[in-house]
Write a protein of this length. Structure first.
Length: 303
């Protein structure tokens, strides 16, 4: 999909508000029909900024009236996947280790857990536009869309078999990629949980959001278990390498990595690492969903 074409800014001064609205509807319809949902979303953001379309309190109703249902659904799908404006795909190279995964003292870099990348602060590593960019009354639909997105991808990842412990270097990278993919989905679920908490304070949304919260929490549990399993596999692989590699230097690095991932897998909390998501309720012993426990751990989240 080409996203380079800019919407026409050179609005003739004699265009009436009705002309502008009509032109907006035409441009969005055309973009959606061509499968360019993100461009359509950009038109909405721009029209909203220039007050060509109704404000957020009326916007959903107005959009439903202006576009046929299938096009409206495509617009929502565009919002669901609309990218973060501060990062490429949610992650950036770790400054703590320059992306190498080990720090100056030869320890595994805690900031990135040895993976060399950290999450974008702005979007929590999801690569998706944050909820506050989304018009308020469209957020429940976008939230549900993102839960579906995360669930589908999570199920696909969980169904994939882990590479065998004894195989060579590439499976190690595959395990790391798997952990990072799961971590990204955890970010999607974490942002959804924060937004769901906020929406459920509003009596209009409370009941429709309750089901979403349950879905988020059960998916988050499944994702976290899969992360811990992959970390344990990574630890086993590193331990194996620490015994069998022909290079003493590589054996030592592998041993350091094995210690680190074994501890991480055993602790089970992922606290203080790039894999922690304090706003998701992993410790089911804490029955209370309050932000208190989240705030306690929030400071540990690396940048
Ligand atoms: Zn690092
Ligand atoms: Zn981002």
């Amino acid at each position: 999909m080409s996203e380079t074409e800019q919407p026409q800014d050179q609005t003739p001064h004699d265009e009436t508000p009705i002309d502008l609205t009509r032109r907006f509807i035409g441009a969005v319809t055309q973009a959606l029909r061509k499968g360019q949902a993100q461009r359509a979303v950009r038109y909405v953001f721009e029209a909203r900024q220039h007050q060509i379309i109704p404000d957020d309190t009326q916007l959903r109703e107005w959009l439903v009236g202006a576009f046929e249902q299938p096009l409206f659904a495509k617009l929502i799908a565009g919002l669901v996947r609309y990218p973060c404006m501060y990062c490429e795909k949610g992650s950036e190279s770790c400054k703590g280790c320059n992306g190498g995964g080990m720090d100056d003292r030869g320890s595994v870099c805690r900031q990135c857990s040895g993976f060399g990348v950290v999450r974008c602060d702005f979007c929590d590593g999801t690569g998706l536009a944050t909820y506050n960019m989304i018009p308020e009354n469209l957020r429940p639909e976008v939230l549900r869309g993102r839960i579906v997105l995360a669930t589908t991808q999570l199920n696909r990842l969980i169904a994939e078999r882990l590479p065998p412990t004894t195989s060579q270097r590439q499976p190690q990278q595959r395990l790391a990629n798997r952990i990072l993919s799961l971590n990204k989905l955890l970010g999607v679920l974490e942002n959804a949980r924060v937004e769901a908490n906020r929406l459920s304070e509003n009596p209009t949304h409370r009941s429709e959001i309750a089901g979403s919260i349950q879905q988020i929490d059960s998916n988050a549990q499944a994702a976290k278990s899969a992360v811990l399993k992959a970390i344990a596999a990574l630890a086993a692989r590193a331990r194996e390498q620490s015994r069998s590699d022909s290079s003493p230097a590589l054996r030592e690095v592998a041993s350091t990595r094995a210690d680190f991932y074994e501890q991480l897998a055993k602790a089970g909390t992922l606290g203080g690492t790039a894999l922690q998501h304090p706003f998701l309720l992993f410790d089911r012993g804490n029955t209370d969903a309050s932000t208190e426990s989240a705030q306690d751990t929030a400071e540990e989240v690396p940048q």
